[in-house]
Design a protein around this ligand. Structure first.
Ligand code: DAK
Length: 258
């Protein structure tokens, strides 16, 4: 499918979705969010794809929702159309692993989009923030919830109430990002991680992602039970037999997603 605001490329088993509105620092318009949703759906449905990398430009992952688009909207329009709601829900429904490769600004909806991915690899130049308060609004795509779970109440409150940006080093210390790498190496590192993930059993990946995400949705005892049942159910797969036999044979496993 031809896109106007993103570029999608397939590198072996990895789909790369690149946000591409450089003149607006990749501000998330409704059109762009819908294209991201469409690209994620296509990647999820494409059997060849085993991992997805979502990225922006060196200057901006995404500088937030498109302020120009929102500025004139009334409450009736925002509430009546459930602005950005269906798109945000669709993004987190993607079952395959999604890595956010973040360089430059990840602000407002851009920070929230990165938080919707499974983990973030950031360049040293990355800046995260929830500056919506400066516009007389608050985060609307999960920022008060996901950021708080990622970095804790103190830092989340600091960011949401002051609107200040967090640099990459602080973001790594706070647990917002998984790794920080030099800007020039960002895509190499993200692609290496994605290709490494792509080697695994798809069934184990789906189960691992589902199980980790349960940690945010259920009491711990329920999450642990869910994990144990998924763990046990993987013994019904050929990939479990193959993975363990390959270890004993001292060879690489050949997973077949069965
Ligand atoms: N929207 C639209 N255009 C943007 C933009 C944005 N968020 N951010 C930057 N741009 C545009 C600028 O207007 C400028 O365009 P031209 O003037 O050249 O036409 C161009 O990108 C370059 O920006 P600057 O000239 O400002 O570049 P600087 O390097 O000087 O500054 C900056 C970079 C990122 C610090 C600055 O651009 C900035 O402060 N941008 C706004 C950041 C921000 O406030 N982000 C939060 C947006 S509000 C909801 C769900 C979610 C949301 C809302 C509702 N619902 C479910 C209802 C989310 C809201 C947000 O994200």
């Amino acid at each position: 499918m031809a896109y106007k605001t993103i570029v999608v490329e397939l590198d072996d088993h990895v789909a790369v979705i690149k946000l591409n509105r450089p003149d607006a620092l990749n501000a998330l318009s409704t059109a762009m969010l819908r294209e991201i949703v469409q690209a994620l759906r296509e990647a999820d449905d494409n059997e060849k794809v085993r991992c997805i990398v979502l990225t922006g430009s060196e200057k901006a992952f995404a500088a937030g929702a498109d302020i120009g688009e929102m500025a004139e909207m009334s409450f009736a329009e925002v509430f009546g159309s459930d602005l950005y709601g269906p798109e945000a829900q669709a993004i987190v429904r993607c079952r395959k692993p999604v890595i956010a490769a973040v360089s430059g600004y990840a602000l407002g909806g851009g920070c929230e989009l990165a938080l919707m991915c499974d983990f973030i690899i950031a360049s040293e130049s990355a800046k995260f923030g929830q500056p919506e308060v400066n516009l007389g609004i608050i985060a609307g795509m999960g920022g008060t919830q996901r950021l708080t779970r990622a970095v804790g109440k103190a830092k989340a409150m600091d960011m949401h109430l002051t609107g200040r940006f967090m640099d990459a080093a602080e973001a790594e210390r706070a647990g917002l990002v998984a790794r920080v790498v030099p800007a020039k190496k960002l895509m190499d590192e993200a692609m290496a991680a994605a290709h490494k993930i792509a080697e695994k059993s798809q069934l184990a990946l789906l189960a691992a992602k589902e199980s980790v995400n349960r940690a945010f949705e259920t009491p711990q005892a329920e999450g642990i039970l869910h994990e144990r049942r998924l763990f046990q159910s993987l013994f019904a797969t050929e990939d479990q037999s193959e993975g363990m036999q390959a270890f004993l044979d001292k060879r690489e496993a050949q997973f077949r997603d069965r």
